[in-house]
Design a protein. Structure first.
Length: 467
């Protein structure tokens, strides 16, 4: 893994399934994080890329950016055999050159090629691709193999990469302090009843990328885990993230010296619902902005408006009626008058919903669920001044931003806003609003522009990014 000092955004790629691989969505999904521990699913946790290879199965994605400027992705495909999946992208939105790479070409009796990954070797100016294959009559003889390529078209012959003498899959590499470290799943108990410990991940080390790797005794993840992945954070800490696939959850260990590891408590991290076997990589703010708008933006209304705009009629379905845990409303405003009550945005009412308004030089907002309310306010509005206003609800915390600065926050007694059927829009009141007011339209006297509605809760850096 190569760390880019200008890359403050971590991206996670994954496929989805429930416990023990139920309810599968074997396609590429994305989430992002600012701290590497708390992850927000993008695209409503729906696929961002669907494979056309073989049976259309994409599992165990691994993505990293090469020196050619492309994000290269390798992944497990079906049917099983000698090949892995491959695609590349300039922007992580549009993917091209999707094809099978027959990495075990020339090898007989290959059952599978699982969980491929790669590392760019700057010394050799080539990519080292590695994966697990079982050679023989079944899946009980898994070892790790590798090839090298400079152009993703021609490959060296496959050779054995790691064979500790027992069954392993799911290898992941990180280069640190002049050495190469490998996290890998020990699943010997699956095929060897004499080995009593359930599947878990172990750590190995080598002086060079090609190995040979030697197991570091005494370091392992908990039982019933697989799919280990490294993520090096900007503060120098290294995370080892692993998958309790049978239970549908993740675990995390951290270190700053690759020797002393601490297992994090479940309340110290959060991963998307049903995420499985992840890849982690860093991108810049410039690279992230179009991804955020493509996969986090529910609706955008860029045209300047001087009157009330209705976005939704009374209904029980639709993104302005649906329940939500997280939401962001963003807009530019310039008020001619700063007196009285002027509604800027409304969805729902004082039972369930969200309202943003200008009230006598104050920007105010309220979010409601089941009749409970959380209010927030900032007294900084002046007439004829242009302001960027954002309000964010994030699982019980309500934030107000003015010109990309967080000016107020409050904690609600609820984490979830229930379904709401009232009309919705901006520039005025449509029915009783979230404050409980219903006297007149409360029209905004001024111009509203660049209204954006996100289905995720943006943080301080994200708000600056969308301004």
């Amino acid at each position: 893994m190569t760390i880019n000092d200008k890359a403050p955004v971590y991206v996670m790629g994954y496929f989805r399934s429930g416990p023990a691989q139920t309810h599968k969505s074997e396609n590429l999904h994305f989430a992002y994080s600012r701290d590497g521990l708390h992850w927000t699913a993008l695209n409503n946790n729906q696929p961002v890329f669907i494979s056309n290879l073989g049976e259309g199965i994409l599992r165990d994605p691994f993505i990293a950016k090469g020196p050619d400027g492309y994000f290269h992705m390798v992944f497990t495909i079906r049917p099983k055999g000698k090949s892995i999946g491959y695609a590349r992208s300039r922007d992580l939105i549009h993917w091209e050159d999707e094809r099978m790479l027959e990495v075990m070409n020339g090898v007989e009796n290959v059952q599978n090629c699982w969980a491929p990954e790669f590392t760019y070797d700057a010394k050799d100016e080539s990519y080292l691709i590695y994966w697990a294959s079982s050679i023989g009559d079944d899946l009980s003889n898994s070892k790790h193999f590798s090839v090298r390529t400079r152009d993703w078209k021609s490959f060296t012959p496959a050779q054995e990469f790691f064979n500790p003498g027992f069954q392993t899959i799911d290898a992941s590499l990180i280069e640190w302090n002049g050495k190469s470290y490998m996290a890998v799943k020990d699943e010997s108990q699956v095929y060897d009843a004499s080995r009593k410990r359930p599947s878990h991940n172990i750590l190995a080390v080598a002086d060079q990328l090609d190995g040979p790797y030697e197991i570091i005794e005494g370091i392992s993840t908990p039982d019933y885990t697989e799919g280990p992945e490294f993520l090096q954070l900007k503060d120098g800490k290294i995370l080892l993230i692993y998958d309790y696939w049978a239970y549908g959850k993740f675990g995390v260990m951290e270190t700053d010296d690759m020797e002393n590891w601490r297992e994090l408590r479940p309340d110290e991290f959060e991963f998307p619902f049903q995420a499985r076997h992840c890849t982690f990589f860093e991108i810049t703010e410039e690279e992230f902005s179009p991804i955020l708008h493509r996969y986090g933006l529910e609706a955008r209304y860029p045209t300047p408006t001087f009157s009330k705009v209705r976005l939704a009629e009374e209904d029980y379905q639709g993104f302005l009626h649906d329940p939500f845990y997280s939401k962001t409303i963003s807009m530019w405003i310039r008020a001619n008058s700063i007196h009285g009550t002027q509604v800027l945005f409304q969805e729902g009412n004082d039972e369930n919903g969200l309202t943003l308004r200008l009230q006598d030089k104050h920007i105010q907002a309220v979010v409601c669920s089941g009749g409970k309310k959380a209010h927030i306010s900032s007294p900084v509005i002046e007439a004829q001044q242009r302001y960027h206003v954002s309000v964010v609800f994030q699982k019980g915390t309500f934030y107000l931003f003015l010109d990309s600065e967080r000016v107020a926050e409050v904690h609600a007694d609820f984490r979830y806003v229930e379904r709401h059927c009232s009309p919705a829009g901006f520039g005025g009141r449509f029915e009783k609003d979230g404050f409980g007011d219903s006297d007149g339209e409360a029209l905004f006297d001024g111009v509203i522009q660049g209204v954006k509605i996100f289905n995720i809760a943006l943080d301080d850096k994200d708000i600056k990014l969308i301004k």
